[in-house]
Design a binder for this molecule. Structure first.
Ligand code: FMN
Length: 310
């Protein structure tokens, strides 16, 4: 069994160390482990060209135009049974390099899109995407911060697993932890996270989330988008729409059962999203051909050009 550790921190810093602590635990239990540091890699940010989406739905496989170390990393991630990612907390959330990794997963690693592309290929309509993308996988996240500014990190981490629908086992946040290596309790918790991931990777189908309960009963998220003037709330991670209520003196997120089918981390929710996008993209493509659209674009294009360094 292969467990891959990915650190988003500086060389030999807290994240490298804690990622390795989790790997040590997994290795002791019998896993083959490998460690990667994101800052060692050349990872370009996603430009939004949507070549990946178009190539998937037109039977051209799963392509990205960017040439960097992402393919190398993706190959390792797809080969692993379990992945542990440790990120330093930057401005309450995940650092830019993690967000780049998440964006590069975006539509390209979306399970719904890859199922559609696989069906197209099976029906003789094109290139088969890498079958490893549709393989179940377990993943755990660790966020390490130097203060108590840490309200977005768990949510940011979760968004990464959303596209491929990888099962999250732990999603832990360590506040005030710049010297975490000296904190026995926290190091022991990280060790447990490594063990939990190993156990989960042994039987991915029945693996269960082991982290904090959180507020959203579906995805355990604690970040919500609140609608002004009401108690309406949308779970920032799984997109379930419901209400925040006080039940037995505690905040509870309640929603109609039907919302579960629309959750963004379910296949039914993903297919609904693909259908919605398809409908809107059709309209957009027509509008973009119109003279009115071209005139408006020309107006902004000719107004000013971007300044660039020499
Ligand atoms: C740009 C930047 C923003 C940061 N923002 C936060 C923050 O919002 N909350 C926090 O707890 N720590 C913050 N920190 C501290 C880092 O989380 C801390 O230095 C990091 O965990 C060190 O990880 P490393 O040793 O693995 O590189 C920030 C650090 C930097 C450089």
């Amino acid at each position: 069994m292969k467990i891959l550790g990915i650190s988003g921190g500086m060389k030999d810093g807290s994240n490298d160390s804690m990622c390795k602590e989790a790997l040590m635990a997994a290795k002791e239990m019998g896993a083959d482990v490998e460690f990667v540091r994101l800052l060692d890699l050349d990872l370009k940010y996603c430009t939004g060209c949507v070549t990946c989406s178009i190539s998937l739905v037109t039977g051209k496989g799963n392509r990205c135009v960017l040439k960097d170390d992402f393919e190398w990393l993706l190959d390792k991630m797809l080969d692993a049974d379990g992945i542990i990612i440790s990120s330093p907390i930057f401005v309450k959330g995940a650092p830019g390099i993690f967000q780049t990794l998440r964006d590069r997963f975006g539509p390209r690693m979306d399970r719904g899109m890859n199922i559609i592309a696989t069906k197209i290929a099976e029906n003789g309509g094109g290139k088969m995407p890498d079958p490893r993308i549709l393989k179940d996988k377990v993943i755990s996240y660790i966020g390490i911060g130097g203060s108590d500014w840490a309200t977005r990190i768990a949510c940011d981490h979760t968004m990464h697993a959303l596209s491929p629908m990888w099962k999250i086992i732990d999603n832990e946040v360590f506040k005030w932890s710049k010297t975490i290596v000296l904190d026995e309790e926290k190091v022991s918790r990280v060790n447990q996270i490594g063990k939990n991931l190993f156990e989960a990777a042994k039987d991915i189908e029945s693996a269960q989330y082991k982290g904090n309960k959180g507020i959203c009963p579906h995805c355990h998220n604690q970040n919500f988008y609140l609608e002004e003037g009401s108690t309406d709330a949308i779970c920032c991670t799984c997109g379930i729409e419901g209400k925040l209520e006080i039940v037995d003196g505690k905040v509870a997120f309640v929603f109609p059962e039907v919302q579960l089918q629309l959750a963004h981390d379910t296949l039914s929710g993903k297919f609904k999203h693909v259908d919605d996008i398809k409908e809107n993209e059709g309209k957009n493509m027509q509008l973009k051909k119109s003279d009115e659209y071209k005139t408006m674009i020309e107006k902004y294009k000719s107004f000013i050009s971007p300044s660039k360094p020499n």
